[in-house]
Design a protein around this ligand. Structure first.
Ligand code: 26W
Length: 820
């Protein structure tokens, strides 16, 4: 069934083994007789990496000679997870490496386990970037990712006494075989200093920025192999290093110690990923990271363009740059600065080039997540950029005033500068004004940005500038790698693995939804995956869970808007119900394992309280003999990409229960359904489109709609809305100490009894009703499995390959380059 991919392949197993042994003996300076799993992982990945580099070089040469438009995906986060399994799969060498290492006495699974996750992201936005670069390569687009090479990725989470404890993720301890340092690519980056202007010999006013702190950006390249193609693209990550010049100055002044200290300071720029998801905190170091990465990337892109000796006006015909949320918005200003200050292009011509180059993707409407930099901080760090922003704003407001002469308020509302004390730079507005297309990430979300946060800009630019590209996920990692048995079963029916490249082919299994033999195989695989997760839970949490119980999963960042609190309140409600059941009633009840996982931002008190409550409930419920197998509660510590690969295929039900209108899209919802789990969810984000694709009989929806949210919040603010009676019982249990010290949960409870911003009480009864339906329906095994099969058969739309084709067609205007 496997198609072979030619050039990237080894001559065969023997050649792989030779390469493996060579790397053990020379690269690692070890003996094959003294080679543990870690060394074997390192040698195997070196051998695979060599293949990728050959393909990488070929691809880059091809793209350079073809000289066509490229796309650059700027993202401050790339949540890649592990690389080895994906590299083997995409290069088509999984079988030979597997049997190659087996002959030498190693199990491939043990080697894969040695690799630390590349966890350079927080959650949805970072993982989306990782799926996107996989799809850009797999669909043969010439495209690079640009990001930061953090020394510390997202923190590691441990649970101590029920609380989250963070520790640093030093993922580079054993060196990283998947990156190629490019010490020759060094770019000077400046901060602070001052600006001045003078008139040159041609009578032109020239602006200069000088006198600031300098650091150096060094490139590290990560090959990104496409699946079933020779295309191997590049993810370029920048690391900060001290500049030599800077060292010398201080050193010569005799201040050796402070010279070393300054050097170390340079390295802090790319040292650590900010662990906030959907929450903005205006820290100077974060703005420094943003400028450092954006300036290095643009310098690189511009240098590549200049080699073609084209006139500047052709820049947008050669280059498309996508801004992954507002984090890289400074790129708009930096490109304008390069063009007008360094390359002597006139303002208007330059601005035309800039706006035709950039596209901006918005990933959240939460007001607390929108970036706004204080003008004083900005001016100090990037004085020339601040001047250019004022200029951009001036021209923009003049245009608006001409279009809408009588609307004074409009000008204040859309100004890039918010007139607060201190003034703030609204990065989202700058991104809109500096781009030719703005998109949301699911239909509802794209509508919401047009009617709420960016409404005025639709008035100004018209509706065509704003569009939707619904997110997607890569079926390579999220079906084939995470769930090889399901992928194999599907392939055996579809006749090939082509569905991994064209996910719409899944439709072919729909007629089998009621085929008893197929259903049996389907159920066996689900059970296998549940057993695999149960083994993990046994190992990490120390207790057994019943694989025949309904596995109910909510794994994602912990956030009030995602409403893990509603889930755990529901679990408490279930616990109280079980305690009140007769023996007969218990026999009828559906056993559940409620599984939670996710990290809280270290400074997010309410999210940390939710984690504590989940663990407190887990302790009480799991130890209660009255409950037995009917309910188990599990918090899986340190949720990350590689744990998701074990958790996702094991769900019967997964929860995506954000307050309607708050979750831009969600992408794990797609992963769970693709692996045969059903969704319990609100009418929010991509849940809506999933419902349309899989049919409303194959999803459990509940709760108020986005259009009602504003009114409900208003009611809470201006009148006494009675608490949901079932929720009241839950709160009484917590307050009476059933789950330990009730003082811990005071603010969590009052956030609901008070303004209930996330409408937990309003949605609670509807949530319980939906849960009840889930319990009933799960008993009917035949119907359940046919719903599961039907849902999977209709998930083709959610491939990130489809999403990338849409971006390429309607935003980037780039075309695939065949490697033939
Ligand atoms: C400045 C702090 C900060 C950090 C990260 C603000 C905002 C973010 C991200 C944009 C938040 C994020 O990850 N959003 C998620 O993006 C996913 C991919 O589009 C969506 O599926 C999720 O619904 C959305 O929450």
């Amino acid at each position: 069934l496997w198609q072979k991919f030619g050039v990237k392949e080894f001559g065969g197993k023997e050649e792989f083994q030779q390469e493996f042994i060579r790397h053990v003996e020379t690269t690692l300076a070890r003996s094959i007789y003294n080679c543990d799993d870690l060394a074997a992982y390192q040698a195997a990945s070196q051998a695979i990496r060599d293949r990728l580099i050959v393909a990488w070089n070929k691809t880059q040469q091809k793209h350079t000679t073809k000289d066509r438009k490229r796309v650059y995906y700027l993202s401050l986060e790339f949540l890649m997870g592990r690389a080895m399994d994906n590299a083997m799969l995409n290069a088509g060498i999984k079988d030979i490496t597997k049997s190659g290492v087996a002959d030498l006495g190693f199990k491939i699974e043990d080697l894969l386990e040695q690799e630390p996750d590349a966890a350079l992201g927080n959650g949805g936005l970072g993982r989306l970037a990782a799926c996107f670069i996989d799809s850009i390569a797999s669909t043969n687009y010439p495209g690079w990712g640009y990001g930061l090479r953090y020394q510390y990725g997202i923190f590691k989470q441990r649970i101590v006494d029920g609380y989250q404890v963070e520790s640093p993720d030093y993922w580079l301890t054993f060196s990283n075989p998947w990156e190629i340092p490019r010490y020759e690519i060094q770019i000077d980056i400046m901060f602070y200093g001052y600006t001045r202007k003078y008139t040159n010999d041609d009578g032109k006013v020239v602006h200069v920025w000088e006198g600031g702190e300098q650091v150096q950006a060094v490139a590290y390249d990560v090959p990104v192999p496409g699946y079933g193609t020779e295309t191997t693209n590049n993810l370029r990550l920048w690391a900060s290093k001290p500049t030599r010049e800077f060292d010398f100055e201080k050193f010569n002044a005799g201040d050796y110690e402070s010279s070393v200290r300054e050097s170390q300071k340079a390295e802090t720029i790319s040292a650590v990923l900010y662990p906030n998801d959907n929450f903005y905190s205006g820290k100077e170091l974060r703005l420094k990271q943003q400028y450092f990465w954006v300036a290095a990337s643009l310098n690189d892109i511009v240098r590549r363009f200049k080699k073609t000796h084209r006139p500047w006006k052709e820049f947008p015909d050669q280059v498309a740059i996508q801004l992954n949320d507002t984090h890289p918005t400074l790129a708009v200003v930096e490109l304008q600065r390069i063009l007008i200050d360094m390359e002597g292009v006139e303002w208007d011509a330059a601005w035309n080039i800039v706006t035709n180059t950039f596209g901006y993707t918005n990933h959240t409407v939460l007001p607390e997540a929108l970036e706004k930099w204080p003008v004083p901080l900005f001016t100090n760090l990037l004085p020339r950029h601040m001047e250019i922003i004022y200029e951009i704003n001036l021209f923009f407001l003049q245009k608006v005033e001409k279009m809408f002469p009588k609307e004074r308020d409009l000008l204040a509302r859309v100004s890039i500068i918010e007139e607060s004390t201190p003034q703030q730079v609204r990065m989202a507005y700058l991104a809109i004004i500096g781009s030719h297309k703005v998109n949301g990430v699911a239909e509802l979300h794209s509508e919401l940005i047009k009617t709420t946060i960016f409404k005025d800009f639709v008035t100004i630019y018209g509706p065509d500038k704003f569009m939707n590209v619904t997110n997607g996920i890569t079926p390579r990692r999220w079906l084939h790698q995470a769930n090889p048995k399901l992928s194999d079963l599907i392939a055996s029916k579809v006749g090939s693995y082509d569905f991994l490249k064209d996910l719409n082919l899944l439709k072919k299994i729909e007629p089998l939804a009621h085929d008893p033999k197929f259903q049996d195989e389907w159920v066996t695989i689900k059970k296998f995956n549940k057993a695999r997760l149960a083994a993990h839970i046994k190992q990490s949490n120390g207790f057994e869970v019943n694989v025949n119980a309904l596995f109910d999963v909510q794994v994602k960042r912990i956030h009030e808007y995602k409403r893990q609190q509603m889930n755990i309140f529901g679990v408490i409600h279930r616990y109280l119900s079980i305690k009140a059941m007769t023996k007969e009633e218990k026999k009828e009840a559906t056993p559940r394992v409620c599984i939670f996982g996710g990290k809280s931002a270290p400074g997010y008190y309410m999210a940390k309280t939710i984690i504590k409550l989940i663990n407190a409930v887990s302790e009480v419920v799991n130890a209660d003999a009255d409950v037995g197998d009917l309910l188990k509660v599990v918090f899986i510590a340190d949720y990350n990409v590689s744990k998701a690969e074990i958790i996702v295929p094991a769900s019967d039900i997964s929860q995506h229960i954000s307050t309607a209108g708050t979750e831009a899209s969600g992408t794990s919802n797609m992963k769970f359904v693709l692996n045969g789990g059903l969704i319990l969810g609100t009418v929010d984000g991509a849940n809506i489109e999933i419902t349309r694709e899989v049919g409303e009989n194959n999803i459990f929806l509940f709760g108020h709609l986005a259009e009602s949210v504003e009114d409900l919040r208003h009611k809470h603010r201006f009148s006494d809305v009675p608490l949901d009676p079932n929720l009241e019982k839950v709160f009484n249990a917590i307050e009476s100490g059933t789950f330990g010290d009730p003082n811990i949960y005071v603010s969590l409870i009052s956030s609901v009894t008070g303004s209930d911003y996330y409408l937990v009480s309003d949605d609670f009864q509807s949530y319980l009703d939906a849960q009840k339906l889930v319990d009933q329906d799960f008993k009917n095994k035949d119907t359940w499995v046919s719903r599961s099969i039907t849902a999977v058969a209709n998930m083709g739309f959610f491939s990130s390959d489809r999403a990338i084709d849409e971006y390429a067609e309607s935003i980037w205007n780039v075309e695939p380059i065949s490697m033939e």
